[in-house]
Design a protein around this ligand. Structure first.
Ligand SMILES: [Zn+2]
Length: 278
């Protein structure tokens, strides 16, 4: 058996059997994976519980998953907490297979009160904005994990490239931040909506949404490694070399790049190309 070490804990991972999903399966990823052993079963399990879970269930990302109707591994669209216009907390659930595809759950006490006071029925509700995820450590750790894995994925066919990533001192803070939560209290993340969730790209014809995409940019001075992932057009960018994003902002200003994923701008929505002005 080939001896291997894990990208994150650097321990022997020869007996690991799980593939590592760079983008969580709950966001519909079944293809972008690292083969068993590059991330050991223990780290794989840890990331699912302690890094991906908190990210996927953070209010903004949960709202995005709910609104865009992304089914999780069990085929369920996650519910979303809302606050009704009269201050009563509730939870919106989606049931695409049913005749009435939405339901709103409130507590038994609130339901009883609303039954007695039909005049107080709310006409509106508020929910977390999917465009404003709190740039918390959960979000940054998720991006640090995905960015390092993306770097490895790009080098799968280049043994020398792979070797230079495993244990690279410049990536050490990021590795320890992702895997152990060690390091600075704040690791910078830039969040930007770069296209609408239903933006239509030529590659996604006839009407598929682009759920996620990612890219990496290493400037010539090699002192930074910028990684960005977009989820339904919400771009989240991080520097894999350190928590500071000053170099990222400078690169963007110099290159006049609206985003890392589309430095020259996002291609026009295909529907607009076909029906200009509509
Ligand atoms: Zn490991």
């Amino acid at each position: 058996m080939e001896s291997r070490v894990c990208l994150f804990c650097l321990q022997d991972s020869s007996t690991s059997v799980s593939v590592e999903h760079i983008v969580p399966e709950s966001l519909g990823n079944t293809t972008l994976v690292l083969p068993p052993g590059l991330v050991c079963d223990r780290c794989n399990n840890y990331f699912a519980r302690k890094v991906e879970g908190p990210f996927l269930n953070s209010p903004a990302i949960l709202a995005l998953r709910h609104l865009e109707g992304v089914q999780n591994k069990r085929g369920r669209i996650p519910g979303m907490d809302v606050v009704l216009g009269n201050g009563i907390p509730g939870r919106l659930e989606r049931h695409p297979a049913l005749k009435i595809p939405f339901s709103l759950d409130v507590s038994a006490t609130d339901a009883a009160w609303l039954t007695k006071n039909p005049g107080a029925w709310p006409t509106c509700a508020s929910f977390p904005s999917p465009d404003r995820p709190d740039p918390t450590r959960d979000v940054a750790r998720f991006l640090a994990k995905a960015g390092l894995e993306h770097l490895v994925h790009r080098n799968l066919d280049f043994p020398e490239g792979l070797e230079s990533i495993f244990g690279a001192p410049e990536l050490e803070p990021c590795r320890r931040f992702a895997r152990y939560g060690e390091g600075p209290k704040h690791w910078g993340v830039r969040v930007e909506r770069i296209y609408d969730a239903d933006h239509l790209f030529e590659e996604n014809l006839p009407d598929d949404q682009r759920v996620w995409e990612m890219d990496l940019l290493i400037p010539d001075d090699r002192e930074s490694a910028f990684f960005a992932m977009s989820i339904f057009g919400l771009e989240l960018a991080i520097n894999l070399i350190g928590p500071d994003l000053g170099s990222y902002d400078r690169w963007r200003a110099l290159a006049r790049a609206p985003s890392l994923l589309y430095p020259e701008g996002v291609p026009v929505d295909l529907r607009e190309q076909q029906n200009p002005g509509s």
